[in-house]
Design a protein around this ligand. Structure first.
Ligand code: SAJ
Length: 429
């Protein structure tokens, strides 16, 4: 049993802190946001993740997890703070990593271990975090252990993956690496792979997400090719994947979340070699325009039309809207039809009427409608998120309330034949 201070109680830090606590470690979860600390102390979780509430409650009720707005001395400091992306510069903002390091300085003691879990550009642990921590007068690798251990969990399945996924641990030296191995082996059931280079561990995390993003871009390009050859992209990809060494991902409305659309750019922070990788990013980002073009082919001018977008979460069965393809589509539809917010259509319509619906998202800043209101008098419905709720929609009930029955299933979750038999015009990617 070790004492641990987890810095940052977000999507990764909170489940990680609860995991340590549920494996009998003595954990303090620290967050700079007093609202987060207060909510957690009241048993409230500030984001949607299956099973997390019970898991955190168990940790708190056992007495092993406490939340605090102060950093405490601990054998292990685990940093899981955000690394926001600057869209203009295409760079990571490392201010939270630096301030987490600064907060540790006064508490750091000989023999402690500092572990960075946040996703960062290669070199951050050594070039950014280490100098901050050494303001304590202690030396990394000698007086204290310093490690990068990337998280690899999939939102929607975080608790299982925290326990079961393999982990990569890269310390600044062997002693550091082994100190972190001792902690993670207390709960990780997957393999623990080590490297004595923190930068390698940072790089590995980024190329994992880059692999997935680039693969999805290939799938999206294949889908656009399939449209030109008038063949079904999903069938073609499915058949291609019969080959034992082929694993093409699924096309869709674009790639969302805080990882895949961002991490590939982190690789470019210290290198100019992002040719294929940046093209893949552009292909995935271009899917919203592709959908708009397909809608225009079906509907003619979009001015005065009502389009219902089902799904503003970035992926199925989560409530997270970060870099949501559904919201990107909505913004671009608006911009296409109302470039100066003043265009008035000949038929009297003003721009396109966009109705958003998502049963998983609670966000007062978005004008979300209930299902019936979103579909009522719609000319087209576009499914942008593969929530379970959308899979079993009744074609008759949907089409009945629409003005035109165009159903654009960008995630391929509907039974297209059933919908066609009910009179819908079904479009897919
Ligand atoms: N998507 C597709 N086609 C696919 C698969 C996904 O268009 O075939 C889209 C999704 O709809 C979504 C986006 O990609 O918009 C990202 O979803 P995801 O499920 O691929 O990944 P994330 O962002 O939820 O989580 C990823 C995971 N990385 C990998 O699988 C390599 C997760 O394991 C990481 O821990 C996480 O990033 C992270 O935190 O970095």
């Amino acid at each position: 049993m070790s004492t641990i201070c987890v810095h940052g109680l977000g999507y990764i830090g909170l489940p990680t802190a609860a995991m340590f606590a549920n494996y009998e470690h003595d954990v303090v979860g620290y967050d700079t946001d007093p609202e987060v600390v207060e909510q957690l102390a009241d048993g409230e979780i500030h984001f949607d993740e299956p099973g997390l509430r019970a898991f955190v409650t168990q940790a708190i009720e056992s007495g092993n997890l406490t939340v605090s707005d102060e950093v405490v001395p601990a054998e292990y400091h685990v940093i899981a703070v955000p690394t926001p992306f600057d869209e203009e510069k295409k760079e990571a903002d490392l201010a939270y990593v630096e301030s987490a390091g600064e907060a540790i300085v006064s508490q750091l003691r000989t023999g402690d271990t500092v572990i960075l879990e946040s996703t960062v550009p290669p070199g951050t642990t050594v070039d950014v975090l280490e100098p901050v921590l050494e303001e304590s007068g202690l030396n990394a690798g000698e007086d204290f252990a310093l490690v990068h251990c990337p998280e690899t969990v999939l939102p929607g399945n975080i608790i299982t993956e925290l326990r079961e996924n393999n982990r990569i641990i890269g310390g600044v030296n062997g002693v550091s690496t082994q100190a972190a191995v001792r902690l993670y082996e207390s709960f990780v059931e997957g393999d623990i792979r080590t490297t004595t280079n923190a930068t390698t561990a940072e790089f590995v995390k980024l190329i994992q997400n880059t692999f997935r993003d680039t693969n999805i871009a290939l799938a999206n390009e294949i889908a656009r090719l399939c449209a030109d050859y008038n063949i079904d992209s999903r069938e073609a990809i499915d058949l291609a994947n019969e080959h034992p060494r082929v694993n093409i991902h699924q096309p869709g409305p674009g790639v969302g979340g805080h990882c895949l659309p961002i991490d590939p750019w982190f690789l470019g922070q210290g290198s100019d070699e992002l040719d294929l990788i940046s093209t893949a990013r552009e292909i995935n980002d271009g899917m919203s325009q592709y959908i708009i073009e397909m809608l225009e082919t079906k509907l003619g001018s979009l001015d005065g039309k009502k389009i219902a977008i089902l799904g503003v979460a970035y992926k199925g069965n989560v409530g997270d809207t970060r870099k949501s393809p559904g919201l990107k589509l909505a913004r671009e539809l608006q911009a296409t039809t109302l470039p100066n917010s003043e265009t008035v259509a000949a038929d009297g319509g003003v721009g396109v009427d966009i109705a958003l619906h998502d049963p998983h998202v609670e966000d007062q800043t978005l004008d979300l409608l209930d299902f019936e209101s979103a579909l009522s008098d719609a000319d087209a419905v576009v499914i942008t998120t593969d929530h379970d709720e959308f899979e079993n929609l009744s074609p008759a009930a949907v089409i009945e309330s629409m003005r035109q029955s165009i159903v654009f299933d960008t995630k391929d979750i509907l039974d297209a034949n059933k919908w066609k038999d009910s009179g819908a015009t079904v479009c897919r990617i």
